[in-house]
Unconditional design. Structure first.
Length: 191
């Protein structure tokens, strides 16, 4: 039988790796981790303030993955399943770390005016990935979470509002302010 390490180096047989992880085979777990960790670290970095926090979050997320892999019914959905676990773990982490502070819409408007921000549509910057992640990490938690859920995870405003227990207009405002702050941090020209 082919080893999990060689499967990872070749084309991963997802079903074989999932079955190995369900049996708590350390080679299969290593293969799964090495395959998905780089992408998941990027995801975790979008929700945290530092690389250390992101690595801690990644570790906690993979513990959940390995504890719950027996529940995975469709091995072909492994990547999406891990991604969803990491998003949920990231959101839970933020809620555990601190009680999120939500600003009134008027206070956000004042903040935007003070920082010279306007409501131009979002444009993808031509910046390096590290600069973009640093800009995301510098955002207040409420803006970063709303931005990530809407722009990256592609949740609609209504779902975000329900999850955060905030009015939809507040969520829209958080996303708009996050975009403007990111533009400013990345020195993107605003028309």
């Amino acid at each position: 039988m082919q080893s999990y390490v060689s499967i990872c180096r070749m084309k991963m047989d997802v079903e074989q790796v999932v079955l190995g992880c369900q049996r708590k085979d350390s080679e299969a777990q290593k293969c799964l981790y090495e395959t998905f960790a780089p992408m998941m670290l990027g995801l975790c970095s979008r929700y945290t303030h530092s690389r250390d926090e992101a690595q801690d979050l990644l570790h906690d997320g993979f513990i959940k993955v390995f504890e719950n892999i027996g529940r995975l019914q469709n091995p072909q959905a492994l990547g999406k399943w891990i991604y969803q676990i990491m998003v949920r773990e990231s959101l839970n982490y933020l809620q555990r770390r601190t009680t999120m502070r939500y600003y009134e819409v008027n206070k956000m408007d004042e903040l935007a005016k003070d920082e010279g921000l306007n409501e131009e549509p979002w444009e993808e910057p031509g910046s390096k990935v590290e600069e973009i992640i640093a800009a995301l990490q510098s955002l207040p938690d409420v803006y970063r979470v709303a931005f990530n859920l809407h722009e990256v995870e592609e949740w609609d405003y209504e779902a975000i509002a329900e999850y955060l227990q905030q009015p939809e207009t507040t969520v829209r405002s958080h996303v708009a302010r996050a975009k403007m702050m990111i533009r400013k941090k990345l020195n993107i020209n605003i028309k």
